[in-house]
Ligand binder design. Structure first.
Ligand SMILES: *Cc1c(COP(=O)(O)O)cnc(C)c1O
Length: 355
């Protein structure tokens, strides 16, 4: 009855379960409250905002802070309504009819959607059986395409693994098109491609305030790139695409980034504790993670998700995703949440095979 835009029929809308979980470990959000100093600063800053005014058009304040921290210029930074908007904008900037964009698979499920929204063709490069990324396969796919953009998620969601800096550099060396590295979980990994920025003008690093900095609800991300690319990306973004509340929240959090250090260390420690606990359960295989979540594989994946849900614990089920048979993803929560999750998983397996 309606004549929708051509190509829309192949797109599936993003759908994540929105359960009212007692323990919510399904979306890789930061656990717990903000550090007290951050909470106080946020409250004061947001209360003082003049919401009758449009936000700062050039976003210079936030760009300046981010650039200064990296020894770059504000012109090297693009701010987005979540890093999602920037990933889509990159596809709109480099994609278009007949163009190819290389994406790893399995990886962030939205990459192929952003490619298709930009009328471009996603070219999937399969991860190895152990979920590592082979840089030569990425480079070959990009050169064969030839692709106009490569997207790499590092560390990778939902597998959690970290591609070494040398492998990222190999991709940059061996391809001719821009390479965007999505570091949504970079703060947990202790590694960043930002160090390679000066050497490779084709490198784009995409980061977000949604994960380590706990601003998922505010929707703010940023990307660092050559000035020439930044000018092009800003053409596909709408004016005032990031609202004043979110910009103010991100500026405040960025100024107080140091306050998040102890929480980050705690999340990493909790991740290792939980990985050891889960790995000790017969019938569960845990994959190495450099993020704030763990991917694990178990034969009765669907039943386990169901039992956890019945106890009010939400995790993400990837067991029917191609390449991820039997895989589930759990976000690292507070230590109490992680303990409750682990106890529920142990109960499940004890109930199945009484010893
Ligand atoms: C969460 C996530 C993002 C997007 O986060 P925003 O909230 O849009 O900044 C981007 N990439 C990956 C891999 C993610 O997991």
């Amino acid at each position: 009855m309606f004549r929708f835009r051509e190509g829309l029929e192949i797109l599936k809308g993003y759908r994540a379960e929105e359960g009212a979980w007692r323990i919510k470990l399904d979306a890789n959000e930061r656990a717990g409250r903000f550090p007290a100093a951050v909470e106080e600063a946020l409250r004061a800053r947001l209360a003082a905002l003049a919401l009758n005014r449009y936000p700062e058009m050039s976003q210079q304040r936030l760009k300046g802070k981010i650039a200064a921290g990296l020894g770059l210029k504000p012109e090297n930074v693009v701010i987005g309504n979540g890093s999602s908007e920037l990933l889509a904008a990159l596809c709109h900037t480099f994609g278009g009819a007949g163009r190819k964009i290389v994406v790893p698979s399995p990886s962030f499920s939205m990459y192929p959607v952003y490619c298709q929204l930009a009328d471009s063709q996603p070219v999937r490069v399969a991860l190895e059986d152990d979920f590592t990324l082979a840089p030569d396969k990425v480079a070959a796919a990009a050169q064969d395409g030839p692709a106009s953009l490569v997207l790499v998620c590092n560390p990778n969601n939902p597998t959690g693994g970290l591609t070494p800096a040398a492998a990222i550099e190999q991709i940059l060396r061996d391809v001719d098109c821009p390479v965007a590295v999505d570091e949504a979980y970079g703060e947990f990994s202790g590694q960043s491609a930002l160090d390679l920025m000066a050497k490779y003008p084709r490198l784009i690093v995409v980061r977000t305030f949604s994960k380590a900095y706990g601003l998922a609800g505010a929707r703010v991300g940023y990307a660092v790139m050559a000035e020439e690319i930044a000018r092009a990306v800003e053409k596909v973004l709408l004016p005032y695409h990031v609202n004043a509340l979110s910009l103010a929240a991100a500026e405040t959090v960025f100024d107080l980034a140091g306050e998040f250090g102890p929480g980050l260390a705690e999340t990493v420690a909790e991740r290792e504790r939980l990985a050891a606990g889960l790995g000790g359960i017969r019938g569960v295989t845990v994959f190495p993670s450099a993020t704030n979540f763990l991917l694990f594989r178990t034969a009765p994946a669907a039943e386990l998700v169901q039992e956890l849900a019945a106890k009010g614990i939400g995790i993400r089920d990837f067991s029917r995703t191609p390449g991820l048979a039997g895989c589930l993803r759990v976000t690292i929560g507070t230590s109490a949440e992680n303990a409750a999750f682990l106890a529920a998983v142990r109960d499940f397996f004890q109930g199945r095979c009484p010893s």
